[in-house]
Ligand binder design. Structure first.
Ligand code: ZN
Ligand code: ZN
Length: 341
């Protein structure tokens, strides 16, 4: 495979470029959607507004309110004063590992992830909207309640074990994140009237538009999306340029190879012509048996076989006979042109 490394590089580059383009387009779509989405106050008019819509659905809206649990909230494991509606517990193992190069490097591995969700609403001036499926949000801002790293104290046996296995635990990190009761968040999604016609719910949009539950205001969210847009565009340009460079290098290599091949072919043809001329000259001289190739008995002897030194073959037959000299049966190690005059 002449172009294996280039093909691998181009494939990796294309995958990255593709991922960037998808992210860029999705983000662009999100910006357009957010700009078009109406900001609605959670108040007494909201359910009437939704009821007027076909199927009682507003496909994409922005609302803002205070998080309030329906029923009992979840109490934080690490701080009994903190209550919330969504809790995320993550346990990560930090390990140091000896890589192929012999150096030790640090890695993180999630060992356990626990999610607890309570039903909750976004509330504003006594009116509220229930939030459905918050874990499906594309952006879900949570407060970090606790983040503790417990280092492992290695014993002698652990050091020895680590030396042989190339693997040692450095410690365990436990993180607790929560969506707190009482925090004010912006929700962007699909607003639907419940069957009873009295309450409303905010849920992930059915058309796949992004669902946001963020403590940012809508202006900050739009700015963040805009910043992302700029980074995605930059990455698209970088990977695109890289692809063009790799592609040009491949074309250059192909052209060089092609011209080298045609050079070889030209030389081969020249040799062929000169051989034909030589043979014609020799035929004109009426060759004796001792001048003719021992195999085809037609062409002059043109090749010397080494190490035995026999000049017994024409070039055509020499191409066919690869192993043993036809006169003395010695192994042919080398052959070269011989000119008998
Ligand atoms: Zn021959
Ligand atoms: Zn021989």
């Amino acid at each position: 495979m002449d172009y294996l490394s280039e093909i691998i590089a181009l494939t990796v580059d294309s995958v990255l470029l593709g991922a960037c383009v998808i992210k860029y387009l999705r983000n662009k779509n999100a910006i357009t959607k957010i700009q078009a989405a109406p900001y609605l106050e959670i108040d007494k008019n909201l359910d009437k507004l939704v009821s007027k819509e076909p199927d009682k659905i507003l496909p994409y809206v922005i609302i803002r309110g205070t998080v309030q649990p329906i029923g009992n909230p979840i109490t934080s494991n690490n701080n009994p004063k903190v209550a919330g509606v969504l809790q995320l517990l993550t346990i990560k193992e930090h390990i140091v590992q000896r890589g192929a190069t012999g150096y030790w490097s640090e890695h993180e591995k999630v060992i356990q992830k626990v999610q607890n969700v309570m039903p909750f609403v976004l509330e504003s001036s006594k009116y509220s909207v229930e939030v459905i499926d918050p874990l499906a949000a594309d952006v879900l801002d949570l407060d970090v309640i606790s983040n503790v790293f417990t280092p492992t104290v290695p014993k002698v046996i652990d050091h020895i074990w680590g030396f042989f296995t190339g693997f040692r635990q450095r410690g365990v990190q436990t993180t607790e994140e929560m969506l707190r009761k009482g925090s004010i968040i912006t929700g962007v999604g699909e607003l639907v009237a419940n069957e009873n016609g009295k309450s409303l719910r905010l849920q992930p949009p059915r058309d796949g538009s992004p669902f946001y539950l963020t403590n940012m205001g809508i202006v900050s969210l739009a700015k963040k999306l805009d910043d992302n847009q700029r980074s995605y565009r930059l990455f698209c340009i970088i990977f695109g340029t890289l692809g063009i460079v790799i592609g040009s290098l491949m074309i250059r290599k192909y052209l060089i190879n092609k011209s080298r091949k045609s050079d070889i072919e030209r030389k081969r043809k020249e040799l062929e012509i000169s051989r034909k001329e030589r043979r014609q000259k020799a035929r004109g001289d009426e060759m004796s048996d001792s001048q003719l190739c021992v195999v085809c008995k037609a062409n002059p002897r043109e090749v010397i076989l080494l190490p035995c030194g026999h000049v017994c073959l024409c070039e055509d037959c020499s191409d066919e006979i690869l192993e043993l000299c036809p006169i003395c049966r010695e192994v042919i190690e080398k052959r070269t042109a011989a000119y008998l005059s």
